[in-house]
Design a protein around this ligand. Structure first.
Ligand SMILES: Nc1nc2c(ncn2[C@@H]2O[C@H](COP(=O)(O)O[C@H]3[C@@H](O)[C@H](n4cnc5c(=O)[nH]c(N)nc54)O[C@@H]3COP(=O)(O)O)[C@@H](O)[C@H]2O)c(=O)[nH]1
Length: 739
């Protein structure tokens, strides 16, 4: 590329030697007045021949491939031709003062700027002198005696020129170096990252502003320090051999994240990349690029914390717990001790959540976490798995009694009531315990087995702890088998309904029937609801199964009617999950419409405890069902709250007295307290307009007793066990016939 002419002028002027120096050089080259006279004499003869000398000169340059590339641009070449021509015009003009010198410098610079190396430039003089020798000889044929002195004078001026050419190259590259250094200093000083130069043995030599800001030292203070004064002792252990390798040339660069100790005592995270500048020389120095990465590290640590901790309680989560279990197992393998895993969940958490709201549930969880932390040793880990599930890990356990003692301590701690939103809550819990190595060799198996033990603890009445045993696994397996079978029970047609007649006590007539579910998987025994309803509840399968029950029972009601039986009432049980399922009323309406069953002939049975969990929303659901004309009964009355006054707020039609209550009242005579209470309950229920149905009537004595108390209806084995629909039809026809 062509250099800017005004820039060339400026630079050439800056490079000008003093007049005295010019004179000194000419003196040294022995340029005399006689030389000048001889050159002036040849000058007019030489001028017309110069174009061919210049053309030959550039032709010669272009014979070298490396120079051809530099001269390929025609504009550049023309300009150099032009410069060269004006140079030659002055070469023999005999005036070698400042203007001549400035012009020489300018020509030299122009060549330097296009990248022509000095060796080519100086070499070109040989070409000139070689071409000019025979040319002079030819032009001075008439005075051969003057040829040699003239040629000698030309050589002196050419040598003067060569010196000036070398000056341009040397001064130009010095200036470029100065500019590049200035640029480097600017970049070094203002760089957004810390930069430093260190000696090969790790002493700080220079540091930029950013690095000084990062570490808080002045450059002077840093110069008196060694790199080991800035890194933490832990990091120096890794850095020391790396520094040696860099200094010895075994390593070119090393990049590491490490901690620096700042002047104010803070420890910060930096990323330092150190490069050896002359890895194989004896005066190797190191350049360090230092980035403050504390913020990023903090984010990473926060993310790491989030990924390994429960957001609500700050306790360890499953990932961290499993990590700690692996460490504890490795340690126990060496020490011969055991590891205990205590899996616990709260016994009434769902009720708390449903009745007091999720915010209260969260506060209970946080308080439980706090109590658990208080109960364990520092070496133990308390983790939360979400919901109301917690796990305590006890490493280095010499005997399992210690795990049992902790489980008891936890049970006691959680039994203490806590005040949540003004309510006293005692969540209580059940605990399952598994031990390494007895119950599993890794964290996942230990967890699974602690969970199985927890399941057993709950089955045993909650509020207790259980150690894992082999049989529990078998039970868990049974449960899993049941669960997977139940998933397909509806589509495989394995569900059946039995109907237990409900009797009007005054007339002895069958006035309805309760639909009771049975499951008969192909090739297996009949399974009773107690064995699978809770699984259906937990898995949510109760929703489709419940709809099947309702649809089948309503269809049966219509079928009986069509078969000539009176308009019997059919009673269907609703579980807690079904009752809370959004859209329950719409589902019931759909089934009634699809089957043609009159709403008033369907009775839905709900237990008291289900209503009490969330009384307000329960009242709304019941109201919608009642508005449709569906009959509503409280099932198992006498086993829960047994508060008639509380039940007033619900639009219910009937009260079913639980069979345990029926059994108890019937064991005493009418004049004892139980009898009086039963009489009062029935009377009170009647005063509220409720029909009273007694369940589990097994004897004539019980029937008579209830009849005497004016109980309205009854069901139980005394009248009939639950039976298939056709059997009930026969029973009805037989009963009618015997009247
Ligand atoms: N959500 C649903 N729950 C259901 C459904 N079908 C039944 N169930 C509930 O399962 C529990 C056990 O029911 P089951 O084994 O059918 O027992 C019922 C009767 O057989 C039994 N009964 C009736 N009379 C007597 C008797 O004189 N003595 C005696 N020992 N037992 C008797 O009582 C059960 C009926 O109880 P209840 O529902 O409270 O009226 C049971 O809780 C069922 O509710 C279903 O489809 N969905």
């Amino acid at each position: 590329m062509l250099a800017d002419p005004s820039e060339l002028d400026r630079t050439a002027s800056n490079m000008m030697p003093a007049d005295a120096e010019i004179q000194q050089r000419l003196l040294f080259l022995e340029v005399t007045d006689e030389d000048i006279r001889l050159l002036r004499q040849i000058h007019p003869l030489l001028q017309p021949r110069l174009p061919e000398v210049i053309a030959g000169f550039y032709r010669h340059l272009q014979t070298m491939p490396v120079l051809r590339i530099l001269l390929k641009d025609k504009a550049v070449l023309d300009r150099l031709h032009h410069l060269q021509a004006s140079y030659f015009q002055s070469l023999t003009a005999g005036d070698y003062g400042p203007d001549y010198v400035r012009h020489r410098l300018r020509v030299g610079l122009a060549h330097q700027r296009i990248g022509l190396a000095p060796e080519w430039y100086i070499g070109a003089y040989r070409k000139y002198l070689g071409e000019l020798g025979p040319l002079l000889q030819e032009l001075m044929q008439d005075r051969p005696g003057q040829f040699l002195p003239t040629y000698n004078a030309l050589m002196k001026v050419a040598s003067f020129d060569m010196g000036l050419a070398l000056d341009t190259y040397i001064k130009a590259s010095r200036q470029q170096l100065r500019e590049s250094e200035a640029r480097f200093r600017g970049a070094f000083g203002q760089a957004a990252v810390g930069l430093a130069q260190l000696s090969a043995d790790g002493r700080w030599l220079r540091a930029n502003r950013k690095l000084l800001d990062i570490v808080g030292y002045t450059e002077e203070e840093l110069r008196g320090m060694h790199v080991s004064d800035l890194v933490t002792p832990e990091d120096w252990q890794i850095d020391a051999p790396l520094l040696r390798a860099l200094a010895d040339g075994e390593l070119e660069t090393s990049s590491r994240e490490k901690r620096y100790l700042c002047k104010d005592g803070r420890r910060i995270w930096v990323k330092a990349t150190v490069t050896a500048m002359q890895p194989d020389g004896s005066h190797a120095s190191l350049v360090a690029v230092v980035e403050d990465i504390s913020q990023r590290k903090q984010y990473e640590e926060e993310l790491m914390h989030l990924a390994r901790h429960d957001a609500l309680t700050g306790l360890a989560n499953r990932t961290l717990l499993l990590d700690r279990v692996s460490q504890a197992i490795a340690q126990a393998r060496r020490s011969g001790n055991q590891v205990a895993m205590l899996f616990l969940d709260l016994d009434r958490f769902k009720t708390i959540n449903d009745s007091l709201g999720h915010d209260a549930g969260d506060r209970v969880v946080v308080e439980v976490g706090r109590r658990l932390k208080q109960a364990v040793r520092d070496a133990d880990t308390v983790a939360r798995f979400g919901g109301d599930e917690f796990v305590v890990l006890m490493p280095e356990l010499p005997t399992e009694h210690i795990a049992a003692a902790l489980a008891q301590k936890i049970l006691n701690a959680l039994f203490e009531p806590m005040l949540i939103h003004g309510h006293e809550v005692a969540p209580a819990c059940s605990v399952g315990i598994s031990l390494y190595p007895r119950d599993g060799a890794d964290g996942k198996v230990l967890l699974k087995n602690a969970d199985a033990a927890l399941y057993q603890a709950k089955a045993m009445g909650r509020g207790n702890y259980q150690f894992y045993s082999e049989e529990m696994n078998a039970r868990t397996l049974d449960r899993l088998t049941l669960e997977s079978g139940l998933r397909h029970a509806v589509e495989r047609g394995e569900l059946q309904l039995k109907y237990q007649p409900q009797i009007d006590l005054a007339s002895g007539d069958i006035i309805g029937a309760e639909a009771l579910l049975r499951w008969h998987p192909a090739g297996q025994h009949l399974i009773m609801p107690d064995a699978f309803i809770s699984i259906a509840e937990e898995t949510g399968l109760i929703v489709p199964i419940g709809e099947w029950v309702l649809r089948t029972a309503c269809a049966q009601q219509v079928a009986w009617r069509r078969a000539g039986l009176p308009n019997l009432r059919v009673a269907v049980n609703l579980s807690a999950r079904q009752f809370r399922q959004p859209g329950l009323d719409a589902m019931v309406a759909r089934v009634l419409a699809d089957t043609g069953c009159p709403p008033g002939r369907l009775e839905l049975e709900i237990t008291e405890s289900v209503l009490m969990e969330r009384p307000d929303s329960a009242a709304q659901t019941l109201q919608r069902l009642s508005d449709m004309g569906v009959q509503l009964a409280i099932d198992d009355f006498g086993t829960g709250y047994s508060s008639l006054s509380y039940l007033k707020r619900f639009p219910i039609n009937a009260l079913k007295i639980d069979r345990s209550f029926v059994r108890d009242i019937a064991m005493h005579s009418a004049d004892n307290d139980d009898g009086a209470i039963a009489a009062a309950v029935i009377a009170l229920a009647h005063s509220m307009g409720l029909t009273v149905v007694a369940e589990g009537v097994e004897t004539a004595r019980q029937r008579d007793f209830l009849r005497a108390l004016h109980c309205d209806q009854a069901q139980g084995f005394y009248f009939s066990e639950p039976m298939p629909a056709p059997a009930l039809e026969h029973l009805f026809i037989k009963g009618e016939a015997s009247k």
